[in-house]
Design a protein around this ligand. Structure first.
Ligand SMILES: [Zn+2]
Length: 198
């Protein structure tokens, strides 16, 4: 577990979505593989997140962390459970979560209520999760367009929150990806190897 550290700070809410059942997998895969709701990440990611604290305090917000380091074995279970093209990368080597260099996040108020966004993190809804569990992917795949940064058919508040999060992350060492508003990679992620969970 070289360079991997356990993260814990009161400005952040640890809520790994794949450790609970209300997620797009409809099952607690992280718990099933013996990982559970443990928040680990590369130490360089932790350093960048901690640099957010003054701004979080100024905004009167906390940050909910829904995923960070993902053990390769957990990743392969996710791919097996939800074989939707583009949702989980088919090989763990290409998922930045397995390198400890990606986080899935949103902002909350000080009571831990998520701010408004165009979708939930992971574009989760119970209805789509139930469909996916039955092997029906079509409607969920259509819904995923709402997760994109170039989707603007949501409330002005949701769009503004998404863009403020992007601005916050991009000024603190992270880069966004076009198709998931909640996912951020550490800048320079190309130089970080996969980290095995032992
Ligand atoms: Zn992610």
């Amino acid at each position: 577990m070289k360079n991997l550290i356990k993260f814990n700070d009161p400005h952040f809410i640890v809520d790994l979505m794949y450790a609970r059942s209300n997620n797009m997998l409809s099952r607690p895969v992280y718990s099933e593989v013996g990982f559970g709701n443990q928040l680990y990440m590369h130490k360089d990611v932790a350093e960048k997140l901690l640099s957010l604290i003054p701004e979080l305090e100024q905004m009167g917000c906390k940050m909910r962390i829904c995923d960070a380091y993902r053990p390769p074995v957990a990743h392969m279970r996710c791919v097996e459970v939800v074989p939707i093209k583009g949702f989980f990368r088919p090989e763990y080597q290409t998922s930045n979560h397995c390198h400890g260099t990606a986080v899935d996040v949103c902002l909350t108020d000080l009571d831990g209520n998520n701010l408004a966004y165009p979708t939930e993190v992971d574009a989760y809804t119970p209805e789509f999760a139930a469909q996916v569990a039955e092997g029906k992917f079509e409607e969920f795949q259509a819904h995923l367009k709402k997760a994109r940064h170039d989707y603007f058919d949501a409330s002005p508040e949701a769009i503004q929150n998404r863009e403020e999060l992007k601005c916050l992350m991009e000024t603190h060492g992270f880069e966004s990806i076009p198709h998931e508003w909640w996912h951020y990679n550490l800048i320079g992620w190309q130089h970080y190897p996969v980290i095995e969970w032992e």
